[in-house]
Design a protein around this ligand. Structure first.
Ligand code: G16
Length: 539
């Protein structure tokens, strides 16, 4: 390796002095002007990781997803499209925080020797970015690191986050028995469209679906997909809303999945009408929330917990119809934000086990992979279904004993292709929801009656330093600062059936408070009381 080339490139992308960078829930995420040096250094770590894994391609996505337009972020994707292995998060944090260019070079070499990485072996990185204007220069900083370390790379330019995950897996499995798909954006659309038609099995999607794309990358990408989905065969009738990617400032502004979930209302410019389905994606199209205008309740939201239980119920039925209930273990993964009513429904009605992990799809994905079929969704709409290689093989190879078994096996195989198994993918999840509703002949009202949510409230609390808040027990309790959890406990005890927790966000400079109680009023009151405790301890 050429040290002077390394130092010269690094000097072009300094990090901001005295700022402590941390690999959070979804990589490094902050105001975009703090990030060029980080992006350069992420290029270094991605190259190292690729070399450690015998030259398999590592993905890098430049996005701040649901965050405001002024933010951006950089995160690393492992070869099969999963999130970066956790041990490497600390290597990334170490490298990114090296104070000078010389110390960066030294840390880079030390990491290579500690991890037994041959720096002259081939490395490969693929990357993409969302529509944020800052993405372009962050991608250039990343490319400079890859050039300086002789790492081969492909810039896939503007993509949704799940498309980058898909492409990373495709690159690494191309030409093998585990080939995941064609290595191109068009390959992604073809795979989804073909699997959508196959999974519908001749059924027609009823009515119209309005998709709010958060004025993010999901808008143009969904429009591309819609061009090739055959309307005559599927009946799929979609109206794309909030797809303005030319005015950066409107990204995630008063629209998108995060807005709908936290405000518990439709975007102001989307006025839900009866008999129409609505859904919102977030800024990089990895979260999905459905909603409708209910004749009695008014606005009604079907969030990640509902999408999870809908998937689990449908797939559970198919597995039984295929005669595989004794061979295939299905499980559901949730976080502390899951509505208690959804957990009870999955455990009691669907008779499926539920496992809890901390927030972050990286944790849920890992837990879901412990099952033959793992269904994981965060309440915020981020999630997917993962199938083991063995489960997929059985769907293809089991000899059906009846037409019903044949139908179930073929549907399961189609569903395995339709669902993006690398990471939560709003567009693929949306197609899956539409398939399930078409199979069940359900409207959103029918779906909504499966269980009744416990009233809940999610509040964002700005504090001086969110990092003093440390959580434990799958983030359901605070271990630090001392005394904070005791106060929360005292507060919760005043209500008959209630729970509440607080944790530091890993993507925003804030804490989040969640409360659930017997009535809407109590949930709001409890959330506000706990938010005040957090404000006091955080001031
Ligand atoms: C990211 C993660 C999600 C997480 C969300 C909020 O989503 O991928 O798993 O739920 O952040 O995390 P936190 O509460 O720690 O801020 P996205 O859509 O922003 O990439």
């Amino acid at each position: 390796m050429d040290d002077s080339k390394f130092l010269e490139a690094s000097a072009k992308h300094p990090i901001v002095e005295n700022h402590v960078y941390k690999y959070g829930t979804a990589g490094f995420r902050m105001k975009a002007d703090l990030l060029p040096g980080v992006s350069f250094r992420v290029g270094l770590i991605a190259g190292l990781r690729s070399r450690k894994l015998n030259g398999q391609a590592i993905g890098v996505m430049i996005t701040a997803s649901h965050n405001p337009a002024a933010d951006n972020g950089v995160k690393i994707v492992d070869p099969m499209g999963e999130m970066l292995e956790q041990d490497w998060e600390s290597h990334a944090t170490l490298l990114v925080n090296a104070p000078t260019h010389e110390e960066l070079l030294e840390t880079y070499k030390n990491l290579a020797s500690q991890l037994k990485i041959d720096l002259s072996s081939p490395g490969r990185v693929v990357y993409g970015r969302d529509t944020r204007p800052s993405g372009h220069s962050l991608a250039a900083a990343l490319a400079d690191a890859l050039e300086a370390t002789n790492t081969e790379y492909t810039d896939f330019k503007i993509l949704t986050t799940p498309q980058l995950h898909y492409l990373t897996r495709c690159v690494n499995t191309e030409g093998t028995p585990k080939a995941y798909g064609e290595v191109s954006e068009a390959g992604y659309y073809n795979k989804l469209s073909e699997a959508f038609v196959r999974a519908l099995r001749g059924r027609q999607v009823q009515g119209q679906l309005v998709v709010d794309c958060a004025n993010g990358v999901g808008g143009p990408k969904l429009s591309e997909l819609l061009k090739i989905i055959p309307k005559d065969k599927t009946g799929f009738n979609v109206k794309v809303a909030n797809d303005d990617v030319l005015r950066p400032e409107v990204l995630n502004l008063d629209c998108g999945a995060d807005f709908v979930k936290t405000k518990q209302r439709a975007p102001p410019n989307v006025k839900p009408a009866a008999d129409t389905r609505y859904c919102s994606l977030d800024g990089d199209a990895d979260r999905l929330i459905y909603y409708m205008a209910d004749p009695e309740a008014g606005f009604f939201m079907l969030d990640g917990d509902r999408i999870s239980s809908l998937n689990a119920s449908f797939i559970g039925d198919l597995v039984r119809s295929a005669g595989l209930e004794d061979d295939i273990r299905i499980g559901v993964v949730q976080t502390a934000y899951a509505n208690g009513a959804s957990t009870t429904y999955i455990e009691k009605n669907l008779q499926l086990p539920v496992v809890f992990t901390p927030t972050g799809v990286k944790h849920l994905h890992h837990a879901a992979c412990q099952f033959d079929i793992g269904v994981y969704f965060e309440a915020n709409g981020h999630g997917t279904v993962v199938f083991s290689q063995e489960a997929l093989r059985v769907f293809r190879e089991k000899q059906p004993q009846s037409p019903a078994q044949k139908d179930a096996l073929e549907t399961l195989a189609a569903v395995g292709d339709l669902i993006n198994q690398t990471v939560g993918d709003a567009i693929s999840d949306m197609l899956m929801v539409e398939v399930i509703l078409a199979h069940k002949g359900w409207s959103l009202q029918d779906w909504a009656t499966t269980y009744t949510d416990l009233p809940n409230r999610l509040v964002r609390v700005e504090v001086a330093n969110k990092d003093i808040f440390e959580a434990t027990d799958a983030e359901r309790r605070l271990s630090h600062p001392p005394g904070a959890q005791d106060e929360i406990d005292q507060c919760v005890r005043k209500y008959t059936t209630a729970r509440s927790f607080a944790r530091a966000s890993g993507t925003e400079n804030a804490c989040r408070v969640y409360a659930e109680a017997a009535t809407r009023h109590e949930a709001d009151e409890l959330a506000n009381k706990v938010a005040n405790i957090i404000k006091q301890f955080g001031s």
